[in-house]
Write a protein that binds this ligand. Structure first.
Ligand SMILES: [Zn+2]
Length: 499
């Protein structure tokens, strides 16, 4: 499933803030480490927090190395062999116990350090998207024509999350914090939904709180949910015949598919505006002079709540049956994958917000701003540069915008705290070359470091404050009362690529 596209809230013009922390970030970019900045109002003051942020800064060269390697590997869903390996190897080198190949996926792993409660988890992704290979330059040019590329910034996602986990591990190792820190290497976010299989395996069962982030063109605590979706394969099977000599002996599977899609398009009038239905037809038969005995539609249904998606699914099943009946063929609907909507944890988002404000905005060099503007010019969007400011907490976020993620499935199993961090030029298209370009150079690296610090600081709060954990868990329990999670995946093992 595709990850969330950036959700745009308020866009402030000229948001390149140059406060004390901004200068610190600029200095860090140049090399020398900055002094920790005194906490601002809102964040819980803590020496451990400052140590965790300093650890991320110390790890900066390693994290950039990991992110750049994964960026260059650009491996797609369930083929992320080298990407998963460099992350798992780094975790192991830092003293984590690493279990590789979990939940039936060779590229999924769990790295743990410490023992007992609390168990604080952090999620990392590392899969790329097909066909968008791109050099780290502000003009569209593939590294390797037709190859995959990191058009969603997942090379930064995995490295930042692991950097934060290592920062916390150091505090646990030093006896400053007690409990377990766990990094989840979660493959195949862009397709399949690796986390859904990891949930089914029970890997999150003992987690108290989980954290995640996502690259974006803005920086904010995510109070807005994401869309729920199901990914369906709708197949029709008929009877072949010569299309001119004896077509009356044939039953066209393509007729079934066409009737079905016509009914999907009629259904659009009778669904809520928040519904999205999109499809392709990967199989409509082979040649015109043979009545097709096989046809397949690949359809995604989305809405802001999984309950609504399930209602749509029930209707679509009936439509497939009706279409098959009309065409005299067999029709089947198979749920291949899917995601729930994100269950937002307000208490957790407030904590993230306080820590982001404590860290202060991300600052950019004139060269980085020029890079972003060149990307924007080439993409035909306004040349606004970069927005490293921290958006105010959005208390009335409204309906989710288009896009889904399997992080949302985790959020119905354990409380998930989620932020978006700027790693790309403002307004430039996502799942496209501009994101890959920025994610392979210092703009992406700065976002990665900021995300790691935000997550590390917030995890320190979670380790240090049983009251904060309790508040987050209480909200989660209230929102999931009487609810049983069932992932939108077929029975059996994950669909590993055949090669
Ligand atoms: Zn993504």
């Amino acid at each position: 499933m595709p990850c969330r596209r950036p959700v745009r809230a308020l866009v402030f013009a000229g948001t390149l803030t140059f406060g004390p922390l901004a200068l610190a970030s600029a200095a860090q970019a140049a090399g020398p480490a900055a002094k920790p900045t005194p906490p601002k109002a809102g964040a819980i003051p803590s020496k451990n927090k400052e140590a965790a942020v300093a650890s991320v800064e110390r790890q900066r060269p390693e994290l950039i190395g990991l992110a750049d390697q994964i960026w260059a590997f650009a491996e797609t869903a369930l083929k992320e062999t080298r990407s998963a390996k460099v992350l798992a190897d780094y975790a192991e080198s830092q003293g984590f116990k690493v279990e590789r190949g979990v939940a039936g996926m060779p590229t999924a792993f769990v790295a743990s350090y410490g023992e007992g409660r609390p168990v604080i988890a952090i999620l990392g992704e590392y899969d790329a998207l097909p066909g968008i290979s791109q050099k780290a330059q502000p003009a569209k040019e593939p590294l390797l024509a037709g190859a995959p590329g990191h058009g969603c910034g997942h090379n930064l996602f995995g490295a930042a999350s692991l950097g934060a986990a290592v920062a916390l591990k150091e505090l646990v190792a030093a006896g400053k914090l007690q409990g377990t820190i766990r990094f989840y290497g979660t493959p195949a976010e862009e397709a399949v939904g690796g986390k859904t299989y990891m949930i089914r395996e029970g890997l999150f069962r003992d987690v108290d709180v989980a954290l995640a982030w996502h690259p974006n063109d803005e920086t904010r605590a995510d109070t807005k949910s994401t869309q729920a979706m199901v990914d369906l394969s709708v197949e029709f099977h008929g009877k072949t015949a010569h299309a001119a000599f004896d077509p009356w002996n044939g039953r066209s599977a393509l007729d079934g598919a066409e009737l079905f899609l016509h009914s999907v398009n009629l259904l659009r009038e009778h669904v809520r505006p928040s519904v999205r239905m999109h499809y392709v037809v990967p199989d409509g038969g082979d040649v015109p002079n043979v009545v097709p005995d096989h046809a397949r539609v690949w359809l995604w249904l989305r809405d802001s709540k999984h309950v609504s998606v399930e209602e749509l699914l029930a209707r679509v099943r009936q439509m497939a049956q009706g279409s098959a009946l009309a065409a005299g063929v067999e029709g089947t609907v198979k749920v291949q994958a899917g995601s729930y909507e994100m269950l937002v944890n307000r208490a957790g988002e407030r904590l993230l917000q306080a820590n982001m404000e404590w860290l202060g905005p991300i600052a950019y060099t004139p060269e980085e701003v020029a890079f972003a503007k060149a990307v924007q010019k080439a993409s035909g969007v306004p040349e606004k540069g970069l927005d490293g400011s921290i958006q105010p907490l959005n208390e009335s976020p409204g309906e989710p915008e288009g896009g889904s993620t399997d992080v949302a499935d985790v959020s119905w199993n354990v409380p998930v705290l989620h932020v978006s961090v700027t790693t790309a030029a403002l307004g430039a298209p996502w799942h496209a070359w501009p994101v890959a370009a920025c994610g392979g150079m210092s703009i992406g690296h700065k976002g990665m470091a900021f995300a790691a610090k935000t997550l590390a600081a917030t995890m320190v709060d979670l380790f240090e404050s049983p009251a904060k954990r309790a508040e987050i868990q209480k909200e989660f329990a209230a929102n999931t009362q009487g609810f049983t999670y069932k992932g939108y995946i077929p029975d059996g093992p994950p669909p590993l690529p055949k090669e």
